[in-house]
Design a protein around this ligand. Sequence first.
Ligand code: HEM
Length: 494
Amino acid sequence: MLGIQAIFIAALMCLLILHFLKPLWSSTIYPPGPLRLPFIGSIWRLAYKRSQDLLIKLAEQYGNIYIIWMGSTPLVVLSGYEAVTEGLINRSEDFAERPMSPCLKVLTKEKGIICSKGNTWQQQRKFGLITMRKLGLGNKVMENQIQEEADQLVENFAGAKKQPFDPYLYIRKSISNVVCAMAFGHRFSVEDKEFLMMIEVLDNCMRFSGTFFNFLYEIFPKLMDRLPGPHKKLFAQVEDIQLFVKKEIEKHKEYQAMHDPQDFIDFYLLRIEKSKNDPKSTYNEENLVQCIFDLFIGGSETTTIALQWALLLMVNHPDIQEKVHKEMEDVLGSSLSFNYEDQKRLPYTNAVIHEILRSHYVLFCGVNRQSVKDVNMFGFLIPKGASIIPDLRSVLLDPKQWEKPREFHPNHFLDKDGRFVEREAFLPFGAGARVCLGKQLAKIELFIFFTTLLRAFTFQLPEGVKKLSEDVILGASVHPYPYKICAVPCNSAS
Ligand code: HEM
């Protein structure tokens, strides 16, 4: 009897050992990565010692392409300039999709631009690009709208009367209003309740990503659908934003016949009308609502955080701020009017803006892609359906590409004669088929806001403060901790 029991236990042990070893054997064809355990895979490694440098540290251990198993789902990380450009540019089509998690499915229903795929993505993206151009991107129309918001921001900062204040919310509202003008054709009062609700919900969306409840939802979506919690609150809030956008669409429908298309909604409604007999058309109101949501989620927090870092860095590096002031004084003189073209005449200022985006990247790593087929890369198999993380931050800090990767060093973008130089490894907006749709808009916004603010003020530390902390709050986006600065009007602009 004892013999049968012993054989049974031994067989069970063998099965368990085999189950444990199987992933290790099959791992040899895949890129290397942290130890893959039964059931949970190697996801434990992402929870352990989480820091902004986590992905870069893992690359130091496993190489520029490594794999993390979320249970049985592979997550392939591309690290550094070489691997990221190989993935995003040379294999642009192979990694052109986005992975769809249960949470994203609820939030986006695979509509719009950021999370859609196939024909829907192609049509919505193409429409988005063309419409942004029609709305004046790259000419004075949109620049004037941005300038209006930047001037409003100067007024708000001046209201602090040189006393310490936190610039975050002012910047957030101004940048959101740029997107409102593009999407709805009008800006909102900064006190408008629905406008403030929209900003709060967008912030919550970014903060929810990577939280414990987000993690639980991705693993047990059906169970979590039955339980209360922050996920339920977020889903309800996102529906409120959708209702808010739908209300704007209804208003546009009422007035559409009375004027030429003036904003994103007008152009989209016309597109729906024109393609109503096309069976392949994906132009409909559901996609319109999600496209607008995507413009806000993609274009408001990112640019806001970049400007938040910009002011913090100017205060922490007064010598660099002084050089920016001097260049503006020399080139623009006392004239208050300038435009995006003037960046060519302001190489130092332009280099500083680029260096802000490089050294203090606004995202944790970038936006995930998905492999559309089995791909062999650097001798490893990346299976169809694998999530791909192109770690853009690792490119922006790649020691093979940048002389002083961990320092704030505007000379990265200047040649020895002080002329501005483009750098191939400057990829904060991604690359390839799904490169950021708002790249050009973001560049114009950053230049006009930064130049307008620095024409108007010298930014200083509050009395008694020696330096602002450059520690970060980690999420899908990477904020500095809230801080206060003083905005002292410059003589030339006051
Ligand atoms: C500093 C500002 C910004 C940064 C750093 C940034 C960064 C990015 C990145 C890394 C991606 C993913 C690209 C890829 O997969 O290769 C992306 C996608 C996207 N961004 Fe931006 N972005 C910024 C501003 C904007 C603005 C102003 C808008 C529009 C108002 C915008 C709209 C989008 C959209 C719609 C996508 C999805 C594109 C697609 O999937 O086809 N972004 N952005």
